[in-house]
Design a protein around this ligand. Sequence first.
Ligand code: ATP
Ligand code: MG
Length: 358
Amino acid sequence: MAEQHNEVAIREPVAEESTADAVVLEAAGLTKHFPVRKRGRQLLTQGRRSVRAVDDVDLTLRRGRVTALVGESGSGKSTVARLLAQLYPRTAGEILLHGEPVTVKGGSAFRAYCRRVQMIFQDPFASLNPVHTVRYHLTRALKIHGRAGRGAEELERALHELLTRVQLTPPERFVDKFPHELSGGQRQRVAIARALGADPEALLADEPVSMLDVSIRLGVLNLLRDLKQRLHLAILYITHDIASARYFADDTLVMYAGRMVEGGDSETVTQQPAHPYTRLLIDSAPDPDRLEPDGNAEPAPETGSGEPPSLIAPPSGCRFHPRCPVAMERCRTELPPRFEVAGPAGHWAACWLYEAAR
Ligand SMILES: Nc1ncnc2c1ncn2[C@@H]1O[C@H](COP(=O)(O)OP(=O)(O)OP(=O)(O)O)[C@@H](O)[C@H]1O
Ligand SMILES: [Mg+2]
């Protein structure tokens, strides 16, 4: 489908179509274990140790929708994005692009995949080369993906369109700047423009605003939302901040210690969280709606405590059970599958509390 997009101009906004919710990218049983080097006495033991960063993750990115992936540090969010971008080989599982299984091992297949699935990183300063201008970065992206047009005039037009699309206007003011001459928000916009240079169908945004000043975060999130609406991009939005998922994402997935624990539409997941871990995440995020009449925040309810578990020897059963305030005996031994939660359709939680609701 997208292979046919070879024109220089960036896709124009198209009217809402019946395919608006078409699945673009899917992962099924996605798993990544990083081998750990043995040291000291461990050399005498048998068997290989590994960090079980991502285990059996299913997710679906749809055209024209933002899916938030939320979880605390070390839960495996970036690893999921890197697996989807084919930056790591996976231990197990499948990735499907428009229903077709994909495995790329570099070369032209990797370039073709990258054209359709682009990644945006947390730190725009690190992802842009400080010795090159905006023009260089964007021209390179356009050329790699065969979208630089014929001749200088067409290239200039394509550059201006990219900058305009990320609201860096007038484009002439930005095109010959170096990364250090731009603000953090402007740099992230250049990184987004570079990703758009490939004319992708899916954007994997790994904490795209967490390095930015709070005052400019909203502008960049609104830009991503605008791209979703105009270009019908399927966007994965990775964040620590579940409150921003409610504001910005259509769907929300919650990850804990390498596993997905809850998913559904963002409003339901954030307003009626089902999994005890999601409740803990929400209760620990400041929320102005929870302010009491005297202006003070309500005391946080008792939600369990503790540290994230080791991913080398993760807890048996439900990985959250050592921190869970409502853990039952079976949670220690049996891994809960996804159970549907009563209420709005599509809301699920991997928690034994919801077994009866099935
Ligand atoms: N290349 C690697 N080699 C070994 N272990 C890794 C590698 N990359 C990630 N890990 C481990 O995998 C786990 C998940 O890491 P990941 O970066 O995906 O988490 P994250 O949810 O993105 O965290 P953060 O919110 O801090 O960015 C961590 O325990 C991390 O130490
Ligand atoms: Mg990360």
